[in-house]
Design a protein around this ligand. Sequence first.
Ligand code: TAP
Length: 481
Amino acid sequence: MRFEYAPAPESRSVVTLRDSYGLFIGGEFVGGSSVFKTISPATEEVLAEVTHGGPEDVDRAVAAARQAYERVWSVMPGRDRGKYLFRIARLIQERSRELAVLETLDNGKPIRESRDVDVPLTAAHFFYHAGWADKLGYAGFGPSPRPLGVVGQVIPWNFPLLMLAWKVAPALACGNTVVLKPAETTPLTALLFGEICQQADLPPGVVNIVTGDGSTGHALVAHPGIDKVAFTGSTEVGREIARMCAVSGKRLTLELGGKAANVVFDDAPVDQAVEGIVNGIFFNQGHVCCAGSRLLVQESVADEVLEALKRRMATLRLGDPLDKNTDVGAINSRAQLDKITDLVAAGDAEGAQRWAAPCPLPERGFWFPPTVFTEVSQAHRIAKEEIFGPVLSVLTFRTPAEAVEKANNTPYGLSAGVWTEKGSLILWMASRLRAGVVWANTFNRFDPASPFGGYKESGFGREGGRHGLEAYLDGPGGGDV
Ligand code: TAP
């Protein structure tokens, strides 16, 4: 049975968009050398003009962060730093509707996800790290671990506000100050976060936000006044940053790409597993570093699982991201849409069988239907490369050993999922899968207390939990390279 849904649009009026935004430096919004436009990927309308930070702007931001570090933040008792972080967390909760609508406008993700996942997890990260600020001496890094100094942070566009929280909250809790560079296509929630810092009376210069493109990120990473670099993004750019940091002696953490296996055994409850597969690859249009983009299904149940999966995919609602009934929103940019389209064409050319959910695509904006490839071999590009879109590659296996071998046959190692009723099989698999996170009978679950990060080309260092603090402290065991 198919239900008809009436439109249920979230109101845009909770957000007041300015025509243009400056850089957030030293507690103030200031002008810069040039500007660029940020658009809504769902409609291609221009949302606002944003300042492009050049090397001289990065220099100003690093100077403001250094001053705030030396004069205020590093000498402030942890319990007082914690009070600021608690205040920021509460303001995020108070302004959650505004943040969710702005995130959806600028990124294209469904409001259901920004409202129920991105923003609540962002607040949770600030609450969690606020609690650590006065207890760092008990975290296992020595009695009085020291902060590192000024941290340069560069983040991608898939979870703009949440990635900001993963970076800023632990850095501040540990007594560091930050200069953050959001992605070019999604700067707006970071700038609203700047307003929240003002509202929280955070001392000027503790948080600085310099918007721009890759060249701005490069200038930040290269700046001699930075003590540590924290980067989330592609493996390609991560490699370049690792080379730059290696010769400068800067501390570094890298959170990079992934090509996770979601492994379904023949005793798994099919309906539950199908929900997990859908959440694993179609959540956030598949723009998820830990997305379950390779489905490994046991051969004896492959037909049954695929049939149930296609039935479920046919019910996914793609369209206006601000509609509360929407499951699949817009692809974040034309460049990303082109990348997805190219890799899907490579899948066709290499002989895999493509099936797409029958969703009508809106005329304007950037869209791609939820897609599944069968007849995929491990040598196909769609089985090896990160597509970062709503495209699933299906492979089969016969034995647990074959599942492990195929799951680990990737240069990445960020996450994996296992679906079975047998606890012993879950533990057997978890100890053999080379992935930073292994989910059992669930997928894409996040919690600020749980460390997240990768092996191999997925990067190094952990974010979240006690382990995540280590990357921002200079105590014994502190630091990560
Ligand atoms: P990238 O192209 O690597 O961009 C990430 C950030 O780095 C952006 O802010 C980008 O700026 C900036 N940047 C680009 N070139 C730079 C350079 N030479 N020096 C310094 N900064 C530079 O990645 P993306 O396409 O935005 O994001 C998708 C990738 O991120 C995927 O591979 C995904 O798996 C990964 N990711 C990983 C995680 C974790 S936790 N492991 C989480 C989310 C995403 P502009 O965008 O403004 O050009």
